[in-house]
Ligand binder design. Sequence first.
Ligand SMILES: NC(=O)c1ccc[n+]([C@@H]2O[C@H](COP(=O)([O-])OP(=O)(O)OC[C@H]3O[C@@H](n4cnc5c(N)ncnc54)[C@H](O)[C@@H]3O)[C@@H](O)[C@H]2O)c1
Length: 255
Amino acid sequence: MRKLEGKTVVVTGGGGGIGGATCRRFAAEGARVAVFDLSLEAALKVADDIHEKGGRALALRCDITNRAEVDTALAQAEAELGPVEVLVNNAGWDVFRPFTKTEPAQWAKLIDINLTGALHMHHAMLPRMVERKRGRIINIASDAARVGSSGEAVYAACKGGLVAFSKTIAREHARHGITVNVVCPGPTDTALFAEYKEGAGNPEKLLEAFQRSIPLGRIGQPDDLPGAIVFFASDDAGYITGQVLSVSGGLTMAG
Ligand SMILES: NC(=O)c1ccc[n+]([C@@H]2O[C@H](COP(=O)([O-])OP(=O)(O)OC[C@H]3O[C@@H](n4cnc5c(N)ncnc54)[C@H](O)[C@@H]3O)[C@@H](O)[C@H]2O)c1
């Protein structure tokens, strides 16, 4: 992928399944990676893997729902790794149950992590990118945002909101040399998906149903996602902004 060498990248939720795979891939492309996660332990594990392979990474505990923590972590990342050119908003969380069985306290937590957290990251990062007249933002939504998903109503609302927000920010900041694109994973084998399967009541049956309905015949693995994410961050994607790409084995084919 063109021109990722030496660039500083922030990945939120970088200690998780898709986030960890994304951090490792950016590091393999020669980027310097700031691994932001609520769990410092998880972030440290990913950073250690990158160091072992000779890459450059910094693990930082950062709760994206807390603006003060976001500001502190970004300042630390820039002080140690240099100006951030690429931001991947990947941290996410879900609770799996029919909407009428959910409570407002759960909605608040879902909105805080899946929507407000990403807003904090943009609000903190955009002025820096505007000043430098360049930046790449890749937001990780979900196919639930494009086609809906039973048991994930509020999560889907947040991810749909993130898609609309991304397109608006893409328009507002194109003149500053900043692109904003969205990657939508389908069912992907991570801790989050394990919880989804449990929440659905019959994990094995659900897995079988997904496998039958996914044209490419299997659920995703974390390593299926970084190619699309790294592409949007690369110079090859310099003329692409405000776009949404599903990486879901063909499960959804949105126009
Ligand atoms: N796995 C799937 O099937 C799937 C499908 C569609 C979309 N997604 C999206 O992909 C992204 C990555 O999910 P994953 O499947 O790798 O899940 P994961 O649970 O493996 O990783 C999520 C990471 O986010 C971190 N996190 C949670 N709350 C945070 C907060 N407040 N601040 C900072 N970090 C926080 C967690 O500690 C964890 O390391 C999420 O945005 C998720 O919604 C996943």
